[in-house]
Each structure stands twice: as C-alpha cells, then as structure tokens.
Design a protein around this ligand. Structure first.
Ligand code: NCD
Length: 349
C-alpha cells in the first residue's frame, strides 16, 4: 500500500506504482471527471528553493481537483527569515492544510518534515538528493511511450553529481533491471555511494564522457542541466550537447526526456524532433500529481515521532538536514549492507 508520505519513489512497490499509473492515465484522459475529487481540501506548498514547473504543477493539480492551495514560493516572505525551525513551520502549516508539498535545499528535509507533520508530506525536491514527483512524471512519460519500464537502456547525460532528478529516477529504474549509460564530465559523475546502490539493486552501470560513445544504444536519453546553484561549475561542451546530428545517429524510437529547465545542453532544433518529449513530459506531471494527491488524501494519516538515538553519529553530508535542524541525528538505514543516513542516504561517519 502507498506509504502515508511520499518521500522517495523507490519506496513504492509495483502494485502502488501500477495503481498510481492507472489513475494518472484516467485523469490524463478525462481531467474534468475529477474536478470535485478534492473539494474542501487544502494543499500547502512550502518552497524554500526556486521552482516554476514543480510548484505550478502542484498548484494546478490541486485546483483541477477542486481543492485550494496555500503556501509560499519565496521563504524570505515567511518566518524562516526570523530563524524558525523546520519543525515549528511544519507543525503549524500542517495544522492549516490536508497535504503538504515541501521543496528545500536541506537533503532529507522532507523525511524530517514527515516526523513533525500531522498531514501527508510530499517531497518536491530536497537539495541534490531526490525529486520523487519528477520521477513519477518521468516514469509516466516513459511507460506511456515505451510501453514498459523494464529492461530499458537509459542514458543519463549532464550533471549526474548534483542533479536530484537523475538520482531519483535511476533508483526507480535500477530495480526494474535497466542498464544505465552515465554520460558526464569527469567532475560531474554520479556519486560513488549511489552508483554502488544502483548496482546492488540490479542495474548495470557504464560511465562515459561523450554522447557519441553510446547514443545509438539508448531506448531513453535523459538530459539534464548543470546545477550551478549547487556548486557545479563545468562549462557545457559539444560532446555533451544534444544536437540534430547526434539525434540522426540515435534509434528511431529513442525517447528524449529532460526535467526542465534546459539551458544550453540541447540545441533548439532538437525541440522539433518527434522523439523530444520534454514538453509533453512536463504536461503529464499535472496528471500524476493529481493522482498522488488523491491517493494520499484517501488514507488515514499516521503521525510519527523523531526516533530516539543512543549513538550520536554524524552524517558525512554537509547538506543533510541533521546538520541544521536541532534534535535530529542520522538515524541509520542498513539497506544494502552499509550504514547510510535514513534522511539523505549518504554514508554515516
Ligand atoms: C528540476 C529540479 O528542480 O530538480 N526541475 C524540475 O523540478 N522540473 C531540474 C533542474 O532544476 O535542473
């Protein structure tokens, strides 16, 4: 059954995913049939980082369900600037709404919020860690167009170090037996701890530094921009830019996805190629968010507590929520035979 919060897409089992996909397809075909489905309910959107698509698609999703939206898109207009903790903000805002979407630069912030909240928490992106509703959007698009999510050959190109959309999507596809070509500048490679986790989950992972090294093998090409705001400062090179020439060498059925915004990693003429699906992909994001909100609202919410920790371990990730929020310790998750922080998935010291 779908967890009561939506923090990490890879926590969904196959039945949850099939159910969400089915509902999202139904909504996508006939959104008007759901126009009262969340009447009287309120979505809180707490966005501590800039966003266009994700915030607006959440708002559109709730409005199309007949619900209402409160929240902020700019933390400087909230009590955060006065030094309020995440705990206090979440305790208050969750008492004003029925479901919460949180975007924060603190990695593991949504997991922490779920321990303080009295309503379901949705991770709308936490630092470089995860972006599970983008992953639902990506899976929705791939499944609809390719007919399957299993055994695909997927190229991830761009900033694989700091791009949370790649981190989230690769975790979900790894358990479906996919093969990954990770195409990046050597300075922006996939983090080692994630690569290890993907291989342990069943993926084959190859690394290369140019699109030409693998483009003809791919079923899906997932392009991403350089995350300059997270310290990635590598210039875009031709080897990693998708152009009409490179598209000519790719399979006729290859799908090109991008979470957007795109900057200069895709040449403008590629937009007109029928294999370039990023605008349709973003549109589908509203339908999957509608389906997710509906399912989360249906379930009785189980309130949680911050786990008590005897051992005061530290997370090795300086951007982990446990380094900022008082009273949180990196509760360990022993999945995959090594100790990782249950908030942000980084190794524990
Ligand atoms: C992505 C994000 O915020 O991580 N955008 C989005 O949500 N559609 C990708 C990005 O900002 O590069």
């Amino acid at each position: 059954m779908l967890p009561t919060d939506f923090l990490d897409e890879s926590h969904l089992n196959e039945a949850d995913w099939e159910d969400l996909y089915g509902l999202a397809r139904q909504i996508h075909r006939d959104p008007a049939a759901f126009s009262d489905a969340a009447k009287g309910k309120i979505l809180g959107t707490l966005f501590y980082e800039p966003s266009t698509r994700t915030r607006l698609s959440f708002e559109t999703a709730m409005l199309r369900l007949g619900g209402e939206v409160i929240g902020f898109a700019d933390p400087s207009s909230s009590s955060v600037v006065k030094g309020e903790t995440l705990k206090d903000t979440i305790k208050i805002v969750s008492s004003y709404c029925d479901v919460l979407a949180l975007r924060t630069p603190l990695e593991g912030g949504p997991h922490a919020a779920s321990l303080f909240s009295s309503v379901p928490v949705i991770n709308a992106g936490d630092g470089s860690h995860l972006h599970p509703t983008q992953t639902l959007t990506d899976l929705f698009c791939i499944r609809h167009r390719a007919g399957t999510l299993t055994g695909l050959v997927v190229g991830f190109c761009g900033d694989l170090k700091n791009g949370r959309t790649v981190h989230s999507l690769s975790k979900s596809l790894a358990r479906r037996g996919c093969t990954f070509y990770c195409i990046s500048d050597p300075a922006l490679k996939l983090p080692e701890h994630l690569k290890k986790e993907l291989v342990l989950s069943g993926a084959k992972v190859y690394e290369c530094t140019a699109l030409d090294d693998c483009i003809e093998k791919l079923d899906v090409l997932y392009m991403t921009r350089t995350q300059r705001e997270r310290g990635s400062d590598v210039e875009q090179t031709d080897a990693l830019r998708l152009t009409a020439d490179k598209m000519a060498r790719a399979r006729r059925e290859m799908l090109v996805l991008h979470p957007l915004p795109k900057v200069d990693e895709i040449a403008p003429e590629v937009d007109d190629d029928p294999r370039a699906l990023y605008f349709a992909q973003a549109k589908g994001g509203v339908s999957v968010r509608m389906a997710l909100i509906l399912r989360l609202l249906e379930r009785p919410y189980v309130e949680k507590r911050v786990p008590f920790s005897h051992e005061k371990r530290r997370c090795t990730n300086p951007r982990c929520v446990t380094a900022f929020e008082p009273g949180l310790f990196p509760d360990t998750d022993t999945a995959h035979e090594h100790l990782v922080c249950a908030y942000c998935s980084h190794p524990i010291a």
